[in-house]
Design a protein around this ligand. Structure first.
Ligand code: IPE
Ligand code: IPE
Ligand code: MG
Length: 250
């Protein structure tokens, strides 16, 4: 375990890692348990990922915890997830303080149950001066929701005469996204063997390296995170250029 961590080049770390934490239900099913146990068991993997990222020096970690589409799950599962969220945020605030981690949340937070919204904001306020890493939870989030929201805000500014269509640039658009203060992720990890984005950070992931693992989320630990980072470091990020061009820049 130590070995892999040592192999990682600390000067070439992704500044932002995003994770689609998937496979809790299948993990539970495999064990003959209810799906909800899978979610509960996934909390320790959240801790592993958060502590692992902070330990190695990642500045931003974003976790997809609940999508807009997840509201369509059976009501009892939604309720259980919301309850678990309240409990986890409450319990883990200490871990965040101990590791100097600032909590942030993106998504349609108004749609969360009130106790969840309150607990979240309390933890965000408590950790607001922490500097080592920013942990963003995507809750009731979807990329299409975010993009439509940004377009509406821009249209409102245009209606008020604050902005002309010619002024709209990629930077202006980015500044209206809920991730405005966060750099784009260089690395996206998805567990459980699914190869899709599921409405997550579609604009921001434009040039991210994608890493898929068959491990189910409750099986994921910090060594898996280190493995993903190591894999990322073996890749050549060309941004549309040729290998030869990149050689010349080096
Ligand atoms: C991810 O695990 C957790 C959430 C989406 C909230 P799933 O609940 O999607 O687990 P699978 O994909 O059904 O195994
Ligand atoms: C994506 O997982 C959302 C989260 C991890 C929160 P899902 O399990 O909801 O995605 P699909 O339905 O398989 O695409
Ligand atoms: Mg799933």
């Amino acid at each position: 375990m130590q070995e892999l961590k040592e192999k990682i080049d600390k000067k070439n770390l992704p500044s932002h890692i995003a994770i689609i934490m998937d496979g809790n239900g299948r993990w539970a099913k495999k064990k003959g348990l209810m799906r909800v146990f899978g979610h509960e068991s996934g909390v320790k993997s959240v801790r592993e990922a958060v502590e692992g990222a902070a330990e190695i020096g990642i500045k931003y970690l974003t976790l997809y915890a609940f999508s807009t589409e997840n509201w369509n799950r059976p009501q009892y599962e939604v309720n259980a997830l919301m309850k678990l969220l309240v409990k986890t945020i409450n319990k883990e605030t200490k871990t965040l303080m101990d590791n100097d981690i600032k909590l942030n949340a993106i998504g349609d937070l108004q749609s969360l149950p009130k106790d969840c919204f309150d607990e979240l904001h309390e933890a965000i306020a408590k950790t607001s001066n922490n500097k080592h890493m920013t942990l963003t939870l995507a809750l009731s989030y979807s990329s299409r929701w975010e993009i439509v929201k940004a377009v509406k805000e821009i249209a409102e500014k245009a209606e008020k005469g604050l902005l002309k269509s010619n002024d709209i640039t990629e930077d202006i658009f980015t500044s209206h996204l809920v991730t405005a203060n966060i750099p784009d992720p260089e690395l996206l990890i998805r567990t459980s063997g699914e190869h899709r984005i599921s409405n997550f950070l579609m604009w921001q992931l434009s040039y991210a390296e994608l890493y898929f693992t068959k491990k189910l989320w409750p099986e994921f630990n910090r060594n898996d995170l280190f493995e993903a980072i190591y894999d990322y470091q073996q890749r050549e990020r060309r941004f549309g250029m040729t290998s030869e061009q990149l050689e010349n820049v080096k």
